[in-house]
Write a protein that binds this ligand. Structure first.
Ligand code: NAD
Length: 411
């Protein structure tokens, strides 16, 4: 997996996919793209032909460029020779992509997501088992290695900041050292082995940071803003927000502690750190003032200028438009049903209370018009389509640990 000339497939056509393509190209990989969403494959193909490939700027002050050798919406065209397949797209698209790719996967391929978000291992294990692809290795990165934004679709992406290191887990567990080594070479950065996929599911910092800041900002600043008055997202973090983030983080670590104790020595979850440790570690060289967690958020160059997600609300009276908070943004639409809710669901199996996480899930879900929890219990009407283990028939901790470590269960 580490040698030049191997075929890597990037799945997706958004910000992260645009960054990953030139990064892999710079590492000497043969890059193919699987882009099943809308007409993205055709548009990417056309732009790459006209513009000579995708250009990434901002990474280590170098410009990277790559023209993928094949771009298709059809998995049969791009997947069957691939050794490494990386989904770089919001978590709600993973399952459909995996379903479509599974019949074409080589028996010993590695397939994973960057980032995994929560519960990827449950969905992927079930799909691969159904397709008789039990030899395929599933991996997941804890986070996207970069903060990045498209400049021009099919042409240029800006890498705003690169994390110092990222963590990867895999199923079956035990092969993470090799996966981390191979991905380090492919991505040209430090990729460290996490204990296993459960550590990735629980240790996903985005599921705390995004909904936590979102919840805090709407409570303090409301949902409507004048043009020019949309608050900065990370740079608005104050002590009160930090307190919330740290409480959520403490609940996750408490859950991890309970699981480790119950399944010692089979299950290790040492790689899960607090949100504070994660931020200071991931962005060490980009934070100007790390004296407090709030100042670390506010002075992180990679977060500079990023604002609360909003949508313009057209005015009918001819006056200037106002902006309303975008409650359907991935900070909630992805990070709750494919993140925080998965943590809550595992905590329910373990009998560990998570009052602060429950509050953030319940309030933000009401804003979105969805219901996952009722009175703190997993009894909301919109649980289908989320990646909680219960949706995959995992109703006991013992089964959860088996799937985490071996990827196996009688599905
Ligand atoms: P994005 O919003 O740019 O991704 C959109 C792309 O996802 C689409 O262009 C399409 O290719 C794919 N997609 C969307 N819906 C789909 C569907 N129904 N079926 C198939 N494909 C679909 O996202 P991104 O910025 O590239 O982020 C990718 C992942 O990385 C997300 O999980 C995100 O939360 C995470 N992330 C991104 C950043 C960043 O700076 N961009 C930072 C941290 C984490």
């Amino acid at each position: 997996m580490e040698e030049d000339g191997q075929t890597v497939v990037v799945c997706g056509g958004g910000n992260g996919a645009h960054a990953l393509i030139p990064v892999l190209g710079a590492g000497g990989k043969r890059v193919r793209v699987y882009a099943p969403y809308g007409d993205e494959a055709e548009r990417l193909q056309r732009c790459c032909l006209e513009g000579g490939g995708i250009r990434a700027s901002g990474r280590n002050n170098r410009e990277l460029r790559c023209c993928p050798e094949e771009i298709s919406r059809h998995p049969s065209r791009v997947i069957s020779e691939a050794d490494l397949i990386i989904m770089v797209a919001p978590a709600f698209s993973h399952e459909a992509m995996l379903e479509d790719m599974a019949p074409h996967l080589k028996e010993d391929a590695w397939v994973g997501a960057m980032p995994a978000r929560g519960g990827l291992e449950y969905a992927a294990s079930r799909i691969l088992a159904r397709h008789g692809k039990r030899g395929v290795l599933i991996f997941g990165l804890q986070t996207l290695p970069w903060a990045c934004r498209l400049v021009t679709f099919g042409r240029e992406v800006k890498i705003l900041g690169q994390k110092r290191r990222v963590y990867v887990g895999c199923t079956p567990a035990g092969r993470q050292e090799g996966v981390a080594r191979a991905l380090s070479v492919n991505l040209g950065m430090e990729v460290c082995p996490a204990d296993n996929m459960l550590a990735i599911t629980l240790g996903n910092a985005g599921q705390i940071i995004h909904p936590g800041i979102f919840y805090s900002l709407v409570r303090k600043r409301g949902r409507f803003f004048e043009e020019g008055g949309v608050p900065l997202f990370y740079q608005s973090v104050d002590e009160e927000t930090v307190e919330l983030l740290e409480s959520m983080s403490a609940e996750v670590r408490c859950l991890a502690g309970v699981l480790e104790e119950r399944f010692f020595p089979r299950l290790r979850l040492n790689s899960i750190v607090s949100v504070r440790e994660w931020l200071l570690d991931a962005y060490a060289d980009q934070i100007a003032d790390s004296t407090s967690l709030a100042s670390a958020f506010r002075t992180n160059r990679a977060y500079e200028g990023l604002r609360m997600p909003v949508r313009e609300v057209p005015q009918t009276n001819g006056e200037a438009g106002v902006f309303e908070v975008d409650f359907h943004h991935r900070y909630l639409a992805e990070d709750i049903p494919f993140g925080l809710l998965v943590v809550k669901a595992i905590a329910s199996l373990a009998g560990v209370p998570t009052p602060v996480i429950n509050e953030v899930i319940e309030v933000t879900s009401a804003w979105r018009g969805v219901e996952y929890l009722a009175g703190g219990r997993l009894e909301g009407r919109d649980l289908a389509g989320t990646r909680i283990p219960q949706n995959y028939g995992i109703n006991h901790l013992e089964t959860l640990v088996e799937v985490t470590l071996k990827g196996q269960k009688a599905w």
